[in-house]
Design a protein around this ligand. Sequence first.
Ligand code: SAH
Length: 217
Amino acid sequence: MSRDFAVARRRMVQEQLQGAGIADRNVLQAMAAIPRHRFVPRVFQHRAYEPCALPIGYGQTISKPFTVGLMTALLELQGSERVLEVGTGSGYQAAVLGRLSAEVVTVERIVPLALRAARELAAGGADNVTVVPGDGSGGLADRGPWQAIIVTACAPGLPEAMARQLQPGGYLLVPILHDGEQVLYRYRRCGDELAVERGTVCHFVPLLPGLEAQQHA
Ligand code: SAH
């Protein structure tokens, strides 16, 4: 079985990542090494290397391999960064980031998902990744600033608080709802300014507002 997974994983990297234009060697190596099947529920393990998102329970999904590869490559990590991820989900994206940076803190509002991800990450030896259960819609100011921030849920607009927690030169990667379509945006802090690049159309679950915001809605 684990040999089957290894074969499927190699094909995933060749066909879904390299074949689709992802050339960053570090990203390819990380995704070739990390057992994606461990991050999906047992009933879906045999489909872990297919080119699609999969349910992980609680109405959430693990993103398809191409999306994880693309977003990771867009962060252009050098290895020394402290990275914030909002939307831990399965923990797979965090595991990939952990291989390519110094430290990852990842926030998940659904506590059972956060606990399951933390368990898998620990079992896989990702000891530079910390899962924080709770609301990450405002970033995580008390542990910032961050050299990179990645949001793996779709925000209604630029998350201003996260932008403020970004170090100069750092990227904030976030899907934003725009004219009924989700678009991946990459912001970069340059002094007091934010440079913005518009990327591809994408499909994520919504980034939910914090409890306080929900109470006032
Ligand atoms: N990166 C994940 C996939 C993300 S699914 C992976 O590799 O599997 C998006 C996740 O964002 C969901 O688990 C959802 O619960 C979480 N989420 C949505 N709004 C959030 C918020 N305000 N704070 C923290 N997590 C949030």
